[in-house]
Write a protein that binds this ligand. Structure first.
Ligand code: PLP
Length: 309
């Protein structure tokens, strides 16, 4: 296979923010799987790029927003495995001054350096991305391509996510993961052991996750938390940044501000609120997303907020 099936280490978290000594929290370091195709992107792309190669496609086409981890990962995978890549990007304002866009947005700059062709479209057009007329338009414009949906979620992505867990992870009572489209939690629920409960932390205000998970599995051993998104998708507060920095100082584990930072904040809060029974063992999945820190820091600097270290 182009991307190998690798296992990542579970790291014990010792963090002063956790006020209960009987609970053990580990983080599965999926962020270390690959320098540029990291975390859940590695898992989601593994079978998809294999399929693209087997079907003899030369081009990968996908969708994403300004600081998308998925766009950066597809661009990197294309470069590494010799696919052309096209990113359909939400927001035509970025096209007005391309030089400035590439200078100020590290995700776009990185993706362009990986030779991804960036096509900026208006938010209105972007909303049509899953329709047949838009698909036909893309075919007409770009010719043949292998389509990967926004966020990378499809059946093959979920199959890849199922490879995160291994036999030793059976020891845990709880698994925790951040949610955007719901693809990652779906694979995790599918592959979870019978006695385990999967906790999903939403990165956005949304109530579609139950349906999103049901599309891939009939298992119901999950609970969704909708109160740790800090207002909306992409929003951060000073409290969150201070938390992420303190967590990194004490544990050496970097967290991103959009997904994993909010998840760990939520887990620590639930521990301290006595959500968990005595001696519970929790395994949180680090889904990567660290490439987004640089872009977020440019936004934080403009707002005079502390930056992520
Ligand atoms: C770093 C990171 N973690 C978690 C998620 C959420 O994954 P999913 O969209 O499969 O719910 C994403 C977004 O796709 C992500 O980039």
């Amino acid at each position: 296979m182009l991307l190998e099936n690798k296992q990542s280490e579970n790291q014990l978290v010792q963090f002063s923010g956790i006020k209960r000594a009987d609970i053990s929290l580990f983080i599965k370091r999926e962020d270390l799987l690959h320098p540029t195709i990291s975390g859940n992107k590695y898992r989601k792309l593994r079978y998809n790029i294999e399929e693209a190669r087997n079907l003899n496609h030369k081009t990968l086409l996908t969708f994403g927003g300004a600081y998308s981890n998925h766009i950066a990962a597809v661009a990197a995978a294309g470069k590494e495995f010799d696919f052309k890549t096209i990113g359909i990007i939400r927001g035509d304002e970025f096209a007005f001054n391309i030089e400035n866009t590439l200078q100020t947005n590290p995700t776009f700059r990185f993706s362009a350096e990986q030779n991804m062709r960036l096509e900026f479209v208006s938010r209105k057009i972007y909303r049509e991305k899953d329709t047949t007329p838009f698909y036909d338009f893309l075919k007409e414009k770009f010719g043949d391509f292998y389509l990967i949906p926004e966020g990378g979620t499809n059946e093959l992505a979920v199959k890849g996510i199922e490879e995160i867990l291994n036999k030793e992870d059976e020891n845990f009572d709880y698994l925790a993961v951040s949610m955007g489209t719901g693809g990652t939690i779906s694979g995790l629920v599918k592959s979870s052991f019978q006695h385990q409960k999967v906790l999903g932390f939403s990165s956005l205000k949304a109530d579609f996750f139950g349906d999103a998970i049901n599309k891939f599995t009939s298992k119901k051993n999950f609970e969704i938390f909708n109160n740790y998104h800090f207002g909306k998708y992409g929003k951060v507060t000073e409290e969150l940044i201070i938390f992420i920095n303190k967590f990194k100082n004490e544990t050496s584990i970097p967290l991103d501000p959009i997904y994993t930072g909010k998840m760990i904040f939520g887990i620590v809060d639930l521990i301290n609120q006595n959500y968990f029974e005595k001696n519970a063992k929790i395994l949180a999945i680090h889904t990567g997303g660290l490439q987004g820190i640089e872009g977020m820091n440019t936004v934080l600097l403009k707002k005079n907020l502390p930056i992520i270290i």
